[in-house]
Design a protein around this ligand. Structure first.
Ligand SMILES: [Zn+2]
Ligand SMILES: [Zn+2]
Length: 399
């Protein structure tokens, strides 16, 4: 089956590159992917796909479609995200972004193009396909507050789906490699906010005021003791402070101090522990300095936890497509991905496609104005997506 897939993917590769460049030149930020959605929908329609659903989260963004094979079998969902970032591109390439201040700096243009490439390959292999493939083109992966995946799942895109598969390009890994990992893979992303309230006053008469900057300072220096002293050292977690807001002038003691930060964890138990401990620390320190406090902990994106059987199949495919020794066991990634919302509903696998090649300038970090993708790698990515849909036969375990 994969022998038939390879030449079809090779034949379609120039079109995948062309599409990637089209999306790269016309980037749209989260929840604004209207033209991208239209372009994708047009292609899905031209391929004769069924059940086309467009517009999620109260917008015109995001589209899904089904392809039914000739034989009965499971339903495999393949997912690509489509959003760009609010960033001015600094690359000097012929396919440079035409939208000022917006850039595909995370490779989601490549994800959309590869999935369209896989859609075309699979549409030519209906006779070999057992079951159904649902193509999910998702808006707003980068939004954080309003996740595209979350909205799509809530609006029913996984109805009837057995397993979900997705790929992210990785500019820190060379072309020709794929990284896969079973179990916890990417961290959850949460935000916390604390407001420490005192009593404002004159900078020259601190005794007449209740200075909230003092407990705020103690909170900041105590944050890491939660990770270092209270969380089991076998657990991987991060607490960071991202923003401090206080005061208006050099000689005024402010009324309050606002602290904003993030937490990254892999297990819900650890996530709950940090939420509780952070709250206790903020309250206790504030009170000991005669201040009051407010504390909010928001759970944003869950952690990516890969299903062992789905990863098992991806590894097998990886060996065939990339060649032995080119499937890498990836380390834990502290960044988050809203692909996890799909995995909360159905089991799935999320892998990383190497796209770094120094001479092509594609080894710069994600979210950098110099980010680029080695397009040669898209051929392998397209095959991984199509191959997964063709090869998934269901679970061997019973649960
Ligand atoms: Zn990103
Ligand atoms: Zn991304």
């Amino acid at each position: 089956m994969l022998e038939k897939m390879r030449p079809l993917a090779e034949k379609g590769h120039p079109e995948v590159v062309e599409l990637r460049r089209h999306f790269h030149m016309n980037p749209e930020i989260a929840w604004n992917e209207v033209k991208t959605t239209e372009k994708v929908e047009e292609i899905l329609q031209s391929l004769g796909f069924e059940n086309i659903q467009k517009g999620f989260g109260g917008t015109m963004c995001g589209v899904t479609a089904d392809l039914t094979g000739s034989k009965p079998g499971p339903c495999v969902a393949l997912r690509a995200d489509m959003d760009a970032l609010p960033l001015q591109e600094e690359n000097e390439v012929s396919y440079c972004s035409q939208n000022k201040g917006v850039m595909h700096a995370c490779g989601h243009d490549a994800h959309t193009a590869m999935l369209l490439g896989a859609a075309k390959v699979l549409s030519q292999m209906k006779d070999e396909l057992a079951g159904k493939v649902r193509f999910i083109f998702q808006p707003a992966e980068e939004h954080g507050l309003k996740s595209g995946a979350d909205h799509m799942v809530r609006e029913g895109v996984l109805e009837g789906v057995d397993v979900v598969f997705g790929i992210h390009v990785r500019s820190s890994m060379p072309t020709g490699k794929i990284a896969l990992r079973s179990g916890p893979t990417m961290a959850s992303c949460d935000a916390w906010e604390a407001v420490i309230k005192g009593k404002g006053g004159h900078g020259a008469e601190p005794d007449q005021a209740v200075d909230p900057t003092v407990p705020a300072g103690h909170v900041i220096t105590s944050l890491q003791s939660i990770i270092g002293r209270e969380i089991n050292s076998q657990e991987t977690s991060v607490i960071s402070l991202g923003k401090i807001e206080a005061g208006s002038a050099f000689n005024i003691i402010p009324e309050s101090v606002k602290l904003l930060g993030t937490c990254r964890t892999f297990r819900p138990e650890v996530q709950d522990m940090i939420e509780e401990k952070l709250g206790r620390l903020i309250k206790g320190i504030s009170e000991s300095f005669r201040c009051t406090s407010e504390y909010v902990y928001k759970k944003y994106v869950p952690s990516v936890i890969n299903d062992p059987e789905a990863i098992g199949l991806a590894k097998k495919l990886g060996d065939e497509i990339f060649g032995n020794g080119n499937v890498i066991e990836t380390s834990l990634e502290m960044a988050s991905e809203d692909f996890s919302y799909f995995q909360q509903k159905v089991p799935g696998a999320f892998g990383f496609l190497g796209t770094a090649r120094e001479e092509k300038g594609s080894a710069n970090p994600h979210h950098s104005p110099l980010f680029d993708v080695d397009e040669d790698a898209l051929l392998q990515g397209t095959q991984m997506l199509a191959g997964f849909a063709l090869s998934w036969k269901g679970y061997s375990r019973k649960d």
